[in-house]
Design a protein around this ligand. Sequence first.
Ligand SMILES: *Cc1c(COP(=O)(O)O)cnc(C)c1O
Length: 435
Amino acid sequence: MNLISRDKAHVWHPYSSMNNSLELYGVEKAEGVRLHLSNKKILIDGMSSWWCAVHGYNHPKLNKAVEKQLGKMAHVMFGGLTHEPGVRLAEKLVELSPDKLQSVFFADSGSVSIEAAMKMSIQYWISKGQPKKKRFLSFYSGYHGDTFHAMSVCDPSNGMHKSFFKSLPKQFFVAAPNVQFGKKCIPSDFSEIENALKKYSSEIAGIIIEPIVQGAGGMNFYSIDYLKTLRHLCNQYDVNFITDEIATGFGRTGKFFACEHAEVCPDIMTVGKALTGGYMTLAAVLTTNDISEVIANGDPGIFMHGPTFMANPLACSVASASIDLLFETNWYANVSRIENGLKKGLLQADAYPWVRNTRVLGAIGVIELSNPINLAEVQPMFVERGVWVRPFGRLIYLMPPFVINDVDLAFLCSSTIDVVANLKLSGNQIIPNKI
Ligand SMILES: *Cc1c(COP(=O)(O)O)cnc(C)c1O
């Protein structure tokens, strides 16, 4: 049996069922920005494996970092033991993040870091003698992961976690930030959130938001004023400001962390995805001395969380190497170059009637269509053209590895435009326009 039929017999994929008929592609190896499929086709990667592979694949320096650590130890428990890779990575994260973030709690995936961040905030208020502050205020179109408390702060209406809605803790929701990146806010943009805070701040532990870019919930790029004002409102109403940089962190939006666009410092920040350059699963929660000290001085005086694979040395080693490599390769220049390439290559998509809006920020390009795409039918169109792009909902989006060169980037964009040109609206779906 070939790989695909063996897979279809036993393996579950993200957001899929065991009997789905979606085409599946075997990958034999990946190198630089190219995925080599088992059917011998070679695709240029436009996804960075969901924001992660910022240096592309099979990078000699990152391979070496893993191999070097593997020669010493793959893992040891982090309870009562420590090691150079964990400490070094924590130092780097503290140095690169906003000044007040001084403590690092490692977790094993983005969703788990969100759980830990929310627990941290709840435990902070318990330690301060305000145990009623245990709910969160979040935003429509937000996405924070697939575990239970993470699901509870995701967009409640987009259907992703609909089946579980009744099993989730009830949070407060306000409209998604609706002022675009580059635009100024006016006071009325905040009336809904101010009303919610006025009424419920005695129950709210924190506001949680993806800074500047709402990712999987809609790829919205919103105003830096919005993020600035949220910081003020959190101070004013005494709630924690929690920013989820799992997608935006490590340069993707044109700043190392997206909160730098607005020059704000959160009380709690999560990172993940590109942290290890896409090599291993690792995430982290960063917080302030205020929060860590209040928890330390409260009851029970310790933070009640501790993943088995916390600070895995292989993952921490490759994460430090990935961060070093971002600076050695001048991530900023690459992201600006990609931003220009995406603008040059994608903005013409606006000419098609089934395109609602095309937008670019940093190394993220988004073509938002008027209606949802039929993924089963449209996905092969990208593969036929030699690129790996995976649309979801109404969105076709590109976020290539930072190392993509101008020729490959232009090919990625022109192939994407060629797909868009060969779509059509049928009923309420976007499908291929076969002639
Ligand atoms: C991907 C993502 C998560 C969840 O991370 P996992 O590693 O998939 O658990 C949380 N928040 C944001 C903003 C993300 O993009």
